[in-house]
Design a protein around this ligand. Structure first.
Ligand code: SPV
Ligand code: MG
Length: 432
């Protein structure tokens, strides 16, 4: 008997899935693959129930002969193990980014006579509603908050991109490319940068934009996205205020706050020693971390301590001593920052830190040392890479040039070729 294989990653079975099974039955013995958490999360199909529960759910569906785990989004493991005669999928994968997966699968199975069967995608109101409900669930605080810890545990390196508005949030949420090896690639998380949040409001990055306004930015983003959020908490403010910030961020569904060991008037780290900046003592910072951890109510939330010793030229030993102290005080991760072009000091820090601490997540922001790749950072024990300001820096010169050119030509025709078509911009935003 021939084998008809289909892969599910869903948490809810709807008539579209049942239709796929019905079609698969026409081709042979039906085997359903349960896409593992590890394979799903890199593609933003974050499950809301456990891998085990999904496996059991699929097993309970009538018409399925067996369920197996699929660990590779590109089906390599399944094809090698099962050699299915048919791979059945909704025809929604014939277009868009998923078509790369379809082509890959076709290349894998045609040499031995296997065939891809595209079943007409069930597109009706009830299926659309279930899909939307699932997406809505993922955007809820209790689901979103825990995603960062899960990503850290399942991926070699978590890639966060800055977002400072609903629109930039949508770009981080939706941008998917077909990577070098045919795999789809996208960002895992969003960084709400104090620099970019301030810049978007035309203000300097000196903790001038108050928390109420920063929370508003978070809400603009959470309303239209599902990916986890790392919040740039600057110095965290007074310890007496920071404890309230922790609770609010948890409630909003933020996964982590990063606070830096500075005090007084905070200026952006990329100024380094060109401006006056005061580092908090290790004891002061530890007290703030400990107070934040004590105030925290959920298990998922993370307080990450950011060390400014290299920025302020206090030396490697100072940075490492602080890292040890901050972890002891309860920090859930360490961010080490540098404004050197050469990643040498960052890598030295990471290597030394990893010799004595294998587990505490390490975070870096390679704005200056931007030649280093994600794979190299991961090899040195880095768990989260933050692209902290690139969207803002990309948008600003494009807007400025357009404004200048309209002034220059006294009309908009000359700039039109480089603008997003009106139709595209109005369809960028999903309507309810
Ligand atoms: C930010 O993006 O606001 C940061 C990172 O804190 S940096 O600008 O490099 O200090
Ligand atoms: Mg900042």
């Amino acid at each position: 008997m021939k084998t008809a294989y289909t892969c599910f990653s869903t948490d809810i079975i709807h008539e579209g899935h049942l239709n796929i099974i019905k079609e698969a039955q026409k081709y042979g013995r039906v085997v359903v693959g349960c896409l593992s958490d590890k394979a799903s999360i890199r593609y933003n199909r974050f499950p809301t129930i456990s891998e085990k529960a999904r496996f059991e759910l699929y097993k309970s569906i009538e018409g399925i002969d067996s369920v197996i785990m699929q660990n590779d989004m590109l089906y390599d493991d399944i094809v090698e193990y099962l050699h299915p005669d048919f791979i059945i999928h909704g025809d929604n994968w014939t277009t868009g980014t998923e078509s790369a997966i379809r082509s890959h699968v076709e290349k894998l199975i045609t040499p031995y006579g296997g065939e891809v069967i595209d079943v007409k995608y069930t597109d009706n109101e009830s299926v659309r509603k279930i899909d939307l409900q699932l997406k809505e669930k993922l955007s809820m605080p209790e689901y979103r908050r825990k995603r960062l810890r899960k990503l850290i545990s399942l991926t070699p390196i978590v890639k966060a991109m800055e977002a400072h508005s609903g629109l930039t949030g949508l770009i981080v949420e939706k941008t998917v490319i077909e990577g070098d090896n045919g795999r789809l690639d996208q960002f895992d998380a969003m960084w709400i940068s104090s620099l970019c949040d301030s810049t978007a409001k035309g203000k300097p990055d000196i903790e001038l934009v108050d928390m109420t306004s920063r929370y508003r930015t978070i809400e603009d983003i959470t309303e239209v996205t599902t990916k986890p959020i790392i919040f740039d908490g600057d110095t965290g403010g007074l310890t007496e205020h920071f404890v309230y910030t922790v609770r609010t961020l948890e409630r909003l569904g933020v996964s982590a706050v990063i606070i830096e060991d500075k005090k007084g008037l905070k200026k952006n780290s990329l100024f380094g020693t060109e401006v006056e900046q005061t580092q908090a003592t290790s004891e002061e910072m530890c007290a703030k971390i400990a107070a934040g951890k004590k105030a925290q109510l959920t298990d998922d939330f993370m307080i990450i301590a950011r060390i400014e010793s290299l920025i302020l030229e206090k030396g490697m030993d100072d940075a490492l001593n602080r890292a040890r102290a901050y972890v002891k005080a309860g920090a859930d991760g360490i961010m080490i920052h540098s404004r050197k072009k050469d990643p040498g000091e960052i890598l030295e820090f990471c290597d030394t830190f990893r010799l004595e601490d294998k587990d505490t997540p390490l975070v870096v922001v390679p704005s200056s040392f931007n030649t280093i790749t994600e794979a190299e950072l991961s090899e040195h024990g880095v768990n989260i890479v933050i692209y902290a300001n690139q969207l803002t820096r990309a948008a600003f010169p494009a807007m400025q040039q357009t404004a200048e050119d309209i002034l220059k030509y006294h009309r908009a025709k000359e700039v039109d070729d480089r603008l997003m078509p009106i139709k595209q911009i109005i369809t960028l935003i999903d309507e309810i």
